[in-house]
Design a protein around this ligand. Structure first.
Ligand code: AMP
Ligand code: MG
Length: 470
């Protein structure tokens, strides 16, 4: 039997000034059931036994771990600065090795504001699966440890819904908003320095230069790379507020995200995103804007001019990573630089003109005959001529199909599929979750189940949008 109190170490975060956190214990979820565990992560990364019968108690908040706490932060939400936010429904229980473990949905914290501190089942299932999928396709992300749910304790959202807790893990939960809270809201240089130091030790160990300017360079580079991969795989986060941006450049805080179905520059997966601030085409622009806000917060303790100057590196870095990610997906290299670059630029236009299923297109190029017009037609919502012409130009560059297989997952968790899994789980079929976790963790493997999900998304679910409670 695991003795959690011995296994889970006090987090290094608690060495910071106590203005940056509040100690708080998780609230037990009523009659919780264990829905899923990420056995491979628990074994390989946490070096613990997934078969231990006490996982459910830990995940459901039934065990009080000394030194549990929630973090204070602030952030720009949809462009407006909110001076005090914080983990309103997340409680850090401590660290195992280099992993900071957090329970999301484990009850009220001093930062819950008007919220109930709970998470509903559908939102937990989405985070549990998607974080693992992102990791599997090479997009930096927080990880999922396990998920429990209660069908007797309900939370009011659009309707009354079952509640749930996900345990998630990350080397660090420090956010851009953490620096904004320390530097802008509290105006404390010393706290900005403490967060800088801890960000290095949690995420960038062994750096000779541990200045705030250098941390900013690393955060900028990682953010540029992650955002380039979001674009290359059609991932839309939905709520790119600065409090949802990790100092390590990881994808965190999964909410109303979506994988692009039919390509559209202007698609935003979040129904609360009224002005399309976080739409697909805006993601890199917002990424840079968020970095600007981070630089302002770091500027309280470090050299403002140098921080500002580094911002100029963002677009070149983003562009470099985007080009590389697309080349990988298309099986090309930059030997014929000019024509390849032009081909990449024209790809987006052709995709939009022919209304092509974003990820289905890569699967088609990788596993089918790209000249098979009938199959191509099944992926297009409009006239297939533009994308057909583009394919002809593309084939002249002799793509490497073997390379493509490494970068083009056959499984893509579109929102309509996640909705279906949520429905099945809500009806008591929990095995389905473990099956889909395995698909998310092995998305490059063909599975018979995927036959049903081939091609374009059903019309009424295409580019399905979700609310912030997702
Ligand atoms: P999000 O957009 O989900 O990242 O949440 C923004 C802020 O609201 C964060 O500080 C969250 O911790 C907080 N929050 C979201 N949902 C809840 C909830 N149900 N109860 C308390 N706080 C919440
Ligand atoms: Mg958040």
């Amino acid at each position: 039997m695991e003795n959690w109190q011995e296994i889970i170490q006090k987090s290094g975060y608690l060495n910071l000034d106590n203005a940056l956190y509040s100690k708080v214990n998780p609230t037990e979820l009523n009659q919780a059931k264990l829905l899923g565990l990420n056995a491979s992560f628990i074994e390989k990364n946490l070096k613990l036994n997934p078969k231990d019968e006490n996982w459910k108690s830990l995940l459901a908040g039934e065990i009080q771990i000394e030194n549990s706490f929630s973090m204070a932060y602030s952030g720009h939400q949809f462009g407006h600065y909110v001076p005090q936010l914080g983990d309103g429904r997340a409680i850090n229980v401590g660290q195992v090795g280099s992993w900071q473990l957090q329970l999301k949905g484990a009850g009220l914290t001093p930062y819950s504001r008007m919220g109930d501190g709970l998470a509903v089942l559908r939102s937990s299932i989405r985070e549990f699966l998607m974080a693992e999928y992102m990791h599997a396709i090479g997009i930096p992300s927080s990880r999922s440890v396990g998920i429990v749910a209660s069908f007797s304790q309900l939370a009011q959202r659009e309707t009354l819904e079952p509640t749930s807790i996900v345990m998630r893990a990350s080397p660090s939960w420090i956010r851009f908003g953490s620096f904004q809270y320390a530097g802008i809201s509290l105006g404390k240089k010393k706290l900005v320095q403490q967060l800088t130091e801890l960000s290095f030790s949690q995420g960038f160990p062994k750096q000779a230069d541990t200045s705030g300017e250098h941390l900013f360079s690393l955060a900028l580079e990682n953010t540029a790379q992650t955002l380039a991969k979001w674009q290359a795989y059609g991932f839309m986060h939905g709520v790119m507020n600065t409090d949802n941006f990790s100092i390590l450049g990881l994808t965190i805080d999964y909410g109303p995200f979506g994988m692009m179905d039919t390509f559209s520059w202007n698609h935003s997966p979040n129904t609360s995103d009224y002005n399309g601030r976080y739409r697909y085409s805006m993601q890199p622009i917002v990424g840079k804007w968020n970095l600007e806000k981070l630089s302002e917060a770091l500027g309280v303790a470090y050299n403002k001019d140098r921080l500002e100057k580094k911002l100029e590196d963002f677009y070149p870095s983003f562009q470099k990573h985007l080009t590389q990610a697309l080349l990988n997906r298309l099986g090309l290299d930059l030997k014929q630089e000019d024509s390849t670059q032009k081909l990449l630029e024209s790809w987006f236009m052709a995709m939009e003109e022919s209304s092509v299923d974003f990820n289905g297109f890569f699967v088609f190029l990788t596993f089918e005959d790209p000249l098979d017009t009938q199959k191509l037609k099944q992926l297009c919502g409009k006239d297939l001529k533009p994308i057909e012409n583009w394919i002809q130009r593309y084939l002249r560059l002799e793509p490497n199909k073997e390379k493509m297989k490494k970068y083009n997952p056959v499984f893509v968790p579109k929102n309509y599929m996640l909705q279906k899994i949520i429905k099945q789980c809500s009806l008591g079929d929990f095995e389905v979750l473990q099956k889909w976790l395995s698909l998310c963790q092995n998305p490059f493997l063909m599975d018979p189940i995927l036959e049903e999900y081939k091609g374009r998304s059903p019309e009424n679910t295409d580019n399905y949008r979700l609310s912030c409670s997702s």
